[in-house]
Design a protein around this ligand. Sequence first.
Ligand SMILES: Cc1cc2nc3c(=O)[nH]c(=O)nc-3n(C[C@H](O)[C@H](O)[C@H](O)COP(=O)(O)O)c2cc1C
Length: 315
Amino acid sequence: MMDYTDRHFRVLMRQVSRHALLYTEMVVAQALHHGRCEVLLGFDPEEKPIALQLGGDEPKLLAEAAELAQRWGYDEVNLNVGCPSPKVKQGRFGACLMAKPQQVADCVAAMQAACDLPITVKHRIGIDKQDSYEELLHFVDVVAAAGCNRFAVHARKAWLDGMDPKQNRTVPPLRYELVHALKRDRPLLTVELNGGLETLEDCNEQLKKVDGVMVGRAAYAHPLQWTLVDQKVFGDHSRQPLKASEVLRGVIPHAERWCSAGGRLWPIARHLVHLVEGVSGARYWRRQLSREAGERSARPEVLKRAAEQLEDRGL
Ligand SMILES: Cc1cc2nc3c(=O)[nH]c(=O)nc-3n(C[C@H](O)[C@H](O)[C@H](O)COP(=O)(O)O)c2cc1C
């Protein structure tokens, strides 16, 4: 998710789950073509397995980006065919590409030829008036024919005319039944469902009908809620649920490396404030962490103190 699932948040989530596949924010292929690779592609090996999500509509640029993804050590390349933002639409990529399945297929084929990584596609169930199941199936069939066999489907359509991105994540109704039908009718494809999943129970319910689930906002807003995912979804019973302080301590080595290399603490700490909620004193703890970590000169010791405070409370 743009502005949210950056490398620091991913390190946090990797403490929460050893097994879940993590995605980058969307990186525009054109931007990679113009350099800035370290900023756009840099990640910590502990984040793996990790998918690089690309935005773009030109096979040549996307192929170049996919090749870079392989060189940088990513595990997968995912093409964004779901973003409805006007800026992305103006660039002729994101959700508006659902109207051009052959172009998406050409992009997928070019990316596949350029690297050995799995190429997957994230898309909507439809856009504007192109919202029938037949049209969804046609889109998937054309893209699958180019060699993509994993699809992450945001189970709501996007209105590209007249709705902003926020409305496009809430207003059009979720239609899980279309994603279930896709899996039923194309059993050889790997079909993942996204949209509106709030809890592990929601995920396990969907996993009865599809191959995978993708969680966005609920993972960001309530990271600690997912500490049982390795046990309850991936069946890894060696993993015990972590406390907030343990997750926080797990992030400290990353913070030390980041700050030693000249980075500021705040880009890391801004995600950590979501670790504590629903207990007395949570707001005070968050405020204090924000104030101290927001200082220009803040060092990882701030996080150590914050972890000690949680440990004193058994959190
Ligand atoms: C702030 C924000 C940024 C997002 N950025 C991206 C993005 O870069 N790529 C993408 O595929 N989806 C993006 N999304 C959409 C989410 O991945 C997801 O499809 C959508 O929020 C529905 O899933 P959820 O209900 O689990 O959040 C973004 C969503 C939000 C709220």
